[in-house]
Design a protein around this ligand. Structure first.
Ligand code: SF4
Length: 407
């Protein structure tokens, strides 16, 4: 990228150079080595895709155009496996190196180990950290086709290009200084002790050997490698998917077990699949006894009528079950994704009893007030001429008291 940028800037010093590709490493490369500002900007394919989408531009509606500067077969093949080497073949031939290619992290590590152990000699190695080379880069648009489909398209595109081209400018690679200095960038990793590794494994819920799934989902080959990375602050325990899933499931289970509400799951025919301990307590049943039974047997038929007609309906009703001497708020909805009904019951038996007791007390108060009114009226009739005004006031006060009690 930098070499290309240098050539462009040399032939056109005012050019604004933008590298576009699926490679995030180019951002780092431009930032780290771009001392002469040969690359002005780096955009990834997914950034371009987002930009086009936000601008409401659909490439399918645009006419296809050729690139301004033609390329030859080697240039067009660059992003696929062996593409880099095809551009260096003449150099490799001169020095008599044998060509080798590795793509993907594991393959690159393997070949580098062989080289560092002096097991391989006289080779020119093309290393691509991304599987499939550049076309397997991480910043492809999310809806990109299969990498083999992309490879075929690139190779089809390249095979129609000329084998070689005259340089479009007087600037040639030979006349340009494309040298670059690489610096060592070693990372010194502290080595954890066995106890420290075990402690980290425990914090990831891995207590037994069988807990170490070595599934590679976190990007590390083994759980121990992952634990070492955690020790070196290069990873976090939450980046272990099985651990996070297990934890989430255990939180869900805890809620199911200890919530103060009854929870029931029913199949589409409303037969009981699962109930939590609170449901057993409120409905005075054991799960084993009601498993597979229709919910009607517990709450009656009427309440379920609405939801039978329309699965999107959500039932929210107060329900008093006399046989069990309980009152509940009954909520029921259908979870389409799981194909189950979920029922939540809140026990309001005590609140209902309190309301009943309060109403009974009100009634007694009313009866007593009425009795006083009746008595007063009788007395008033007898001594109307003497106490008429006072009796009328008493009646007003007692009537007001009665109204307050009724409210
Ligand atoms: S994701 Fe978890 S279980 Fe899988 S290898 Fe990494 S640490 Fe081990």
């Amino acid at each position: 990228m930098l070499a290309h940028g240098k050539l462009i800037k040399k032939s056109n010093p005012n050019a604004f150079t933008v590298f576009i590709g699926p490679c995030i490493a180019k951002k780092q490369e431009a930032f780290e080595y771009n001392t002469n500002e040969v690359i002005n900007e780096v955009l990834t394919f997914d950034e371009i895709a987002t930009w086009l989408e936000e601008s409401n531009i659909d490439l399918k509606n645009l006419k296809e155009e050729n690139f301004e500067n033609p390329t030859d077969i080697n240039g067009a093949s660059f992003p696929v496996k062996g593409g880099i080497f095809s551009n260096l073949k003449s150099v490799s031939d001169i020095y008599g190196y044998q060509y080798m290619q590795a793509d993907g992290v594991d393959a690159c590590i393997n070949i580098l180990e062989a080289l560092s152990n002096d097991e391989l000699e006289g080779v020119c190695v093309e290393l691509n950290m991304c599987e499939g080379s550049c076309i397997g880069g991480p910043a492809m648009p999310s809806n990109h086709p299969n990498c083999y489909v992309i490879e075929k398209r690139v190779r089809d595109f390249a095979k129609n290009k000329p084998v070689s081209l005259e340089s479009p400018t007087s600037i040639t690679i030979e006349s340009s200084d494309l040298r670059r200095t690489f610096k060592e960038k070693p990372i010194f990793m502290p080595e954890p002790t066995e106890e420290e590794i075990i402690e980290i494994l425990h914090s990831m819920g891995k207590f037994k050997d069988s807990d170490q799934l070595n599934c590679n989902t976190c990007g590390y080959k083994t759980c121990r490698d992952k634990a070492k990375a955690v020790y070196c602050n290069m990873s976090e325990i939450t980046m272990c998917l099985p651990f996070v899933r297990k934890k989430a499931e255990s939180i869900r289970n805890t809620i199911f077990e200890y919530t103060p509400n009854a929870i029931l799951f029913l199949d589409p025919d409303m037969n009981i699949i699962e109930i939590n301990p609170k449901a057993e307590e409120i409905l005075e049943v054991n799960f084993e006894d009601v498993e597979g039974q229709n919910i009607e047997t517990l709450v009656g038929r009427d309440i379920l009528f609405d939801i039978r007609l329309d699965k999107s309906a959500v039932i929210h009703k107060k329900l008093c079950i006399d046989s069990k001497d309980i009152c509940i708020i009954f909520e029921m909805s259908f979870i389409k994704e799981e194909n189950v009904y979920m029922v939540i019951m809140s026990d309001i038996t005590q609140e209902e009893k309190n309301i009943k007791a309060l109403n009974a007390m009100k009634e007694r108060t009313l009866d007593a007030a009425q009795e006083v009114i009746d008595k007063q009226m009788r007395v008033a009739q007898e001594i109307a001429s003497l106490l008429g005004e006072t009796t009328a006031e008493t009646k007003i006060i007692l009537t007001r008291l009665k109204k307050i009690a009724m409210d």
